[in-house]
Structure formats: C-alpha cells, structure tokens
Design a protein around this ligand. Sequence first.
Ligand code: UD1
Ligand code: CA
Length: 466
Amino acid sequence: MRIFGIVLAAGQGKRMKSKLYKVLHPVCGKPMVGHVLDVLEAVRVDRKVVIVGHGAEAVQAYVGDRAEFALQAEQLGTGHAVSMARPMLESEDGITVVICGDTPLIRPDSLEAMIRMHVEQGAAATLMSASLEAPGGYGRVVRNAQGGVERIVEQKDCSPEEDAIREINAGTYCFDNRKLFAALAHVKNDNSQNEYYFTDVIGILRGQGEKVLAYCTNDPSEWIGVNDRIALSEAEAFMRQRINRAHMANGVTIVDPSATYIEKDVVIGADTVLLPGTALRGRTVVGEDCRIGPNCELTDTIVGSGVDIKQSVLSEAEVGDGSSVGPFAYLRPGAKLAGRVKIGDFVEIKNAFLDEGVKVSHLSYVGDAEIGKNVNVGCGAITVNFDGFNKHKTIIGDDAFIGSNVNLVAPVTVGKGAFVVAGSTITKDVADNDMAIARERQTNKAGYAEKLRGRFKAAKENKKSP
Ligand code: UD1
Ligand code: CA
C-alpha cells in the first residue's frame, strides 16, 4: 500500500509575533517542519507534499529536496491548504497522512500504530486524539451515542456542551486518499472564522456513512500544536526530555537532564558523562567514555572516545581519542586534533591539524597550521597567520619544541626536532634539529637597581619641599 504525506506549513503563525515563519521556529535546534518530515520519513511515506504560503521561499529553502511543494497563495484555512495538493495526489491510490507543520512532537511509533489501526479496521479516516485536562484552543472530537467519532468542532465554534469535551484533535490524520479528496470538495467556510476547516472532512465522511476512527495517544506531549511562544517552550522542554531519555536508555550518563541541551541528530556513545550546562548541537558525534562539561557548547563537532572537554566552545572541530580540551578553550572550524592531544586553558585553534600527542597547554592561538607529533607549544606562543591582507600557513615538524611567548610569523616552517627559544619572533624557516633564537641579547648592569631607587627617592622629596 502506498502512503502519501501532506504537511500544512503555509500559515504565518500570527500568535508567534515573529519575523520567522512559524514552522521554521526551531525545537531543540531543528525547525518544526523538519521534525514533522522526520516523522513521515520514519514511517516511510512514498511521497511528501509540503503546503507552503507565508515565507514559502524560506520554507522551501529549508526543506530542499526532502519533499514536493504546493503553493497556497492565500491562507483560507487548513481545508483549503490540503486541497492545494489535489493536482498532485488526487489520482493516487493509497493512504494519505495529513499532519500540521506545527506539531513537532508527533511520534513515528504513534503514527505507525494509527496507520495500522486504520488499515486493519478498513476506515475511511482515522484521526489522532488525546484526552486533556485543559483542552482550550484545540478542536474537540464529538462522539455519538455509540461512542463513535461523529465530527470535529473548532474551539471558536463550540457550544457550551462541546466546550466541555476533553478529547481533542491532535491535527494528524490518515485517509483513504480518494475518499479524502472527494470529501474535501464539500468543505465550506460557513463558520465563525470564515475559513475552510480541514476538520470538516471528518463530519462529511461520517455523513456519507463512512467509517471514521480515533487513535487516542496517551503521551502527554504528543498533541502539542505550537501556536505561540509559550507552547514553543513547552514543546522544547518535552522534546529535550525525550531526546535526553533516549540517550540515557542507550547508556549515556546525564547528570542534570534539565540543564543539558542535545539536538535531535546528535550521536553519543555509551558511558559518556555529560555535566550540566552542556549543549550538543547540529551533527555533533561524541564517542564512548567521554566526559563533557560543565558548560560546553559543541556544534557540528566530531569527538572520539575517552575525551575530556571542560568549559569550552567547539564548532566544526574534530577531537581524537584520549584528547583533553579546556577549561576555557575555543576550537573553531577546521580545528582537527589527532589522538592524545592536550589543549589547555585560553587556547584558540582554527583551521589547524595537531598530530598525536601535541600539547598546547596555555594561552595560545594556533591558526592555519600543521603541527607534527608530540610537539610542545609553550605558554603564550602564537601563530601570526594574518599579514593584514592574506592568511598564511605555519608548519611544525614532529617532536619540535616551541618555547613560551614565541611568535611564528607565517608563512614559516619549523623542522622536525627543532627547538625555538622562548620569546623569539620567528620569520625564517628553521631546519630539522636546529635551535632558533630571535630576540634582543640581554645586558645586566651591576648594582644599577640601587641607583634607580636613589634617583626615585630624590625626585619624590623634591616634590614635597616647595
Ligand atoms: C488545528 C485544527 C484543530 C486542532 C489543531 C491541532 C483546523 C481547522 N483545526 O487548529 O482542530 O486541534 O490544529 O494542533 O484544522 N495552515 C495552512 N494554511 C492555512 C491555515 C493553516 O497551511 O490556510 C497550516 C498552519 O501553518 C499550521 C497548520 O496548518 O501549521 C494548522 O493551522 P493552525 O492555524 O495552527 O490551526 P489550529 O488553530 O492550531
Ligand atoms: Ca496549530
């Protein structure tokens, strides 16, 4: 059986009071429409159609080739929105899932269970519902005397009796595709908002004697439709909890899950410990037996196993097995550490490869560089990579020693096993095993300190006596 998915994503989301289109607001780092597409992909739909309108270009740019698009130029309601997919899907045979772009917490297993129920019981339509203590704002599921689903009534059109109904429409449905488009033709806009409500297809199908079912979810988060920033924060909290629990179930220790922020596509190995204030974003991958935090932010960063990272910010970086980073280090795009590298406090690394066993322990900037195995970069040593116009490269061979406070003015190469004396400003290449010293020779003046103190004292006394 072929399955099709229609995602409603054309609304502006007025209640968000935002310049960003509603479905592009991120929940745990991923735009809501991205979460919804993940769900459709997890149940392996054959075709996905995203209905775009407000911010169509931005939504299309984000979704890219994950879906086909239908434009709803004017937002006349959810029913009108679904009908935009008519030319694309009308003549297909199969099941069509309709899902709102603002319900990021729908779970693939629930959708799958709903589709199974729909197929097994031969329904024309099945909707996802939930029973809420405070159902305000959602459409209500009206049932008949036998307990069957009869229709959906929107909050704004509810009679007092309907207003008291606790069972709400979660905004996710599946249909027999042909029956869906046939029923959709009968939807009118004679309601309090003069909108074509998609929800009316339920009553229309029932009126035609069709079988309509409700799949009731008991997950307290799943039904959240994000219409405003309050719901956005609730969705974020539920999603965060769901993600963190999945990692804990896989063997990751999260010391304080309420203060650990892991985006959805992050991968973490077993026996890794995350300390509070840690954010793992984008396509970050962390290996096993690591200790990360407190207060670390890793974005699109690959971390090996047995790595220790404290109080640091890493972005598009790679950290090899057994390395340690921080406290207070900054690894910028292109920073690549091989195994057992040590990066200490107040060190910044950008676009540089540091081979096995390199140590940059304190107060350094390493940019546009290649550093060989077991090199020690002393405190305060830096690569001078920018001449005001262009960036240049620094190369340091295996086992070299760079003294404290050295300036390596690029382009420059320091050979294998070479020794650069502290305080040197290196502008010429250093050959393998050479020692380089580039600083003013020191002169000591015997007893001169006593002389200086005498002068200072005299000057002070002159000032006092007028
Ligand atoms: C909708 C349902 C309601 C349900 C709730 C679940 C209708 C009429 N009501 O209400 O029963 O309880 O979702 O969250 O469907 N959209 C378009 N084009 C339009 C209008 C809306 O694409 O012309 C999109 C929006 O971008 C949004 C989705 O459809 O992603 C739902 O629209 P929204 O206005 O949020 O509907 P609700 O009032 O929440
Ligand atoms: Ca909504």
